[in-house]
Design a protein around this ligand. Structure first.
Ligand code: GDP
Length: 323
């Protein structure tokens, strides 16, 4: 019997990579898609009829129950959320509706309609906010510093509570920033590789950035979704940090990208206070000891390889548009 998986957030970066991985493993894949976002299917258009789209919304409990009843999934991956931190300050209540309460509605739907389904919750390093230890591990205290992190902290603990109270096979993966050519331009990694590619091709002549000293633990989204899948293949549900275990600064990223195209970054980068953030978490880096030891996962791609593969993609994409 083919395994069945339901992905929320199918049209996002992680959802599309996970759908590919599951399809390659022989799964029948279902995606929960909001009706309003149905025009946003470009990340999954190559999967064609290999993914069955079901219409539902994390704001609407009955739609979630209908989708779960219809899909009868063995595994559910909740990757949907309002995930852009700056937007969580301008729309804090909507962020909580999707990113926090949406998870309550989903867990409750799983409990009522398919309690034997394995459940993955996309937790985030943003729950650590301004952590009091570095690197963070699965026991580090949560001190979220923005509405998105607060909402993710709620969702994390609800998932653990449903595991303890109702014995659901429910797991949280605490992912750090993960990137790919499918990442939106509003995130700094893609913004940098895309703009550097544009500069290299003579389509732009500057790169405006905020805090160059901000450090992040970046890994490749394909590596991250592999960890998510592995977590649901274990005998026992548990929570894991999914990270690279190393940090690089925005400036190091800039230097690496310009170097790869043979240009001097100082000639193009302009620091613009408009891109600075309030309450910046400075020392977010994950310890991957537990996931390495229990599951045998570690990232396959290095930071430099990730910068290079994204640059190559963006150069190709921009060149094809200008022909
Ligand atoms: P996230 O904060 O981990 O979700 O990812 P981002 O890619 O949005 O931001 C990563 C870091 O880059 C943050 O600490 C930002 O302050 C910093 N940063 C510096 N310049 C920029 C910029 O121009 N855009 C964005 N998005 N982030 C920037």
């Amino acid at each position: 019997m083919r395994k069945r998986a339901l992905i929320t957030g199918l049209t996002g970066q992680d959802g599309s990579y996970l759908a590919e991985l599951l399809f390659d493993q022989g799964y029948q894949v279902f995606g929960l898609v909001r009706r309003s976002s149905s025009s946003n299917l470009e990340r999954i258009s190559h999967l064609g009829s290999n993914v069955e789209i079901l219409s539902g919304d994390l704001l609407d409990q009955s739609s979630l129950m209908d989708v779960i009843t219809q899909a009868q999934p063995d595994e559910i991956y909740n990757l949907a959320s309002q995930s852009y931190v700056p937007l969580s300050w301008t729309q804090p209540a909507l962020t909580a509706e999707y990113t926090a309460l949406g998870v309550s509605r989903l867990l409750e739907s799983v409990r009522r309609c398919k309690p034997d389904a394995k459940f993955y919750q996309a937790s985030s390093s943003e729950v650590f906010g301004q952590p009091d230890e570095s690197p963070q591990n699965e026991h580090t205290a949560f001190r979220p510093r923005n509405p998105y992190g607060v909402a993710k902290a709620y969702a994390h603990w609800m998932t653990i509570n449903y595991r303890q109270q109702y014995k659901l096979f429910a797991c949280c993966g605490l992912t750090y920033t993960h990137e790919s050519p499918r990442r939106g331009m509003e995130f700094v990694f893609r913004k940098i590789t895309h703009t550097v590619a544009a500069i290299k091709l003579g389509l732009s002549n500057e790169l405006k950035l905020g805090n160059l000293d901000a450090r992040r633990d970046w890994c490749y989204a394909k590596d991250a979704v592999h960890a998510m899948w592995l977590m649901l293949q274990q005998e026992q549900p548990d929570d894991y940090i999914i990270a690279s275990g190393q940090t690089y600064s925005v400036q190091e990223l800039v230097e690496c990208a310009f170097k790869l195209v043979g240009l001097n970054w100082q000639d193009y980068v302009i620091v613009d206070s408009a891109f600075y953030r309030p309450n910046e978490p400075m020392q977010l880096v994950g310890s991957i000891e537990k996931i390495r030891k229990n599951i045998g996962w570690c990232p396959q791609y290095s930071f430099e390889q990730l910068v290079e593969l994204m640059l190559v993609h963006d150069l190709k994409e921009l060149s094809s548009k200008t022909i």
